[in-house]
Ligand binder design. Structure first.
Ligand code: PMV
Length: 306
């Protein structure tokens, strides 16, 4: 039996803009997806990951497509060499945590081991990127890169993509709030593209500020300057609102976090559902914001970045 892992992630700055070649910053989470691969008499996928209700069912067709792409890319014939893949781990499968990328990286690692393919991290990341296409259509590559390598990364899409590691002076607490709504990345990315076509001039201004925000955030993260990181997160959210990817639930979560002292709050990932991330330096503040969100009936994830 072979095993592989992939990290969950939170996009701190630059989601959506990253699709257009602008830099973005993601931090891996401690939560992981684990994939086990073993010989079987027929091909089987057993998905035991914890989930936001409805997530796995909604993503089933995309997951099948993703697996097909992974097998094809790795030249694995599961008819000839039937296997059972079992997914588990402590990463909750939900929109916004990079669940699809974490599972692609985990599966790639386990298959690499099982079939002795000799791939290193770069090769695993390539496979995970192919797998992500089943979920996203045209993924930027930020999710699979964070899922494969872990840590905090500054990512710019390309062939090959650019990745720079960011090392923080000290870790900072975050709280994520879960809208419970599963959104479809492909649809939302397409909607943004449509809106951009109709508002080219406005989008140019938005993109140029988005780039500056990510660049300023890189320095603020290195210095663990929580006030500044928070301010930049708020400003990033303002731009995400303008491109039409926020939602009532996300705005409610942002309001709760900010009213309870979070230094910054924004949607993370696709938006229109999924997760909100807020910066809550200190255990006390983290607990206060987490409790306030829970009291309003939303799910939470607590974590550190750095
Ligand atoms: O929803 P997530 O966590 O899979 O993130 C999607 C990020 C986007 O920038 C919207 C798309 C992409 O391919 O980078």
């Amino acid at each position: 039996m072979s095993e592989g892992y992939g990290y969950g992630k939170v996009i701190l700055f630059g989601e959506h803009f990253v699709v257009y070649g602008l830099p973005a910053i993601a931090s891996a989470l401690s939560g992981k997806t684990i994939a086990k691969v073993e010989d079987s008499d027929k091909f089987e996928l057993v998905d035991n990951r914890p989930e936001t209700p409805g997530y796995k069912e909604k993503k089933k067709a995309q997951q099948d497509d993703s697996l097909r792409r992974i097998f094809e890319f790795m030249k694995i014939d599961v008819e000839k060499s039937p296997i059972r893949i079992t997914l588990s781990g402590d990463l909750v499968a939900a929109s916004g945590v990079g669940a699809s990328a974490a599972s692609c990286a985990a599966i790639a690692r386990a298959l690499n081991d099982h079939f002795n393919l000799g791939l290193g991290d770069e090769g695993i990341n390539r496979v995970a990127y192919e797998g992500e296409k089943g979920y996203h259509g045209t993924p930027s590559g930020i999710d699979n890169t964070a899922a494969t390598y872990g840590g905090i990364i500054l990512f710019t899409k390309g062939d090959p993509p650019k990745m720079e590691r960011i090392s923080m002076k000290n870790p900072i607490e975050i709280v994520e709030g879960n809208t419970g709504v599963t959104s479809d990345t492909k649809t939302v990315v397409e909607d943004v593209a449509k809106k951009r076509e109709e508002n080219l001039e406005e989008f140019e201004k938005i993109f140029s500020r988005a780039k500056e925000i990510t660049e300023e955030a890189k320095d603020a993260l290195i210095n663990a300057d929580a006030e500044k990181i928070g301010r930049l997160m708020d400003e990033n959210q303002e731009l995400l609102r303008k491109i039409g990817v926020s939602s009532d639930e996300l705005e409610t979560l942002i309001k709760i976090a900010k009213n309870n002292g979070a230094l910054g709050a924004k949607l993370t990932g696709t938006g229109r559902g999924g997760l909100m991330v807020s910066l809550t330096p200190s255990k006390e503040l983290q607990e206060k914001v987490a409790n306030a969100i829970k009291e309003q009936g939303f799910g939470i994830f607590i974590n550190n970045i750095g």
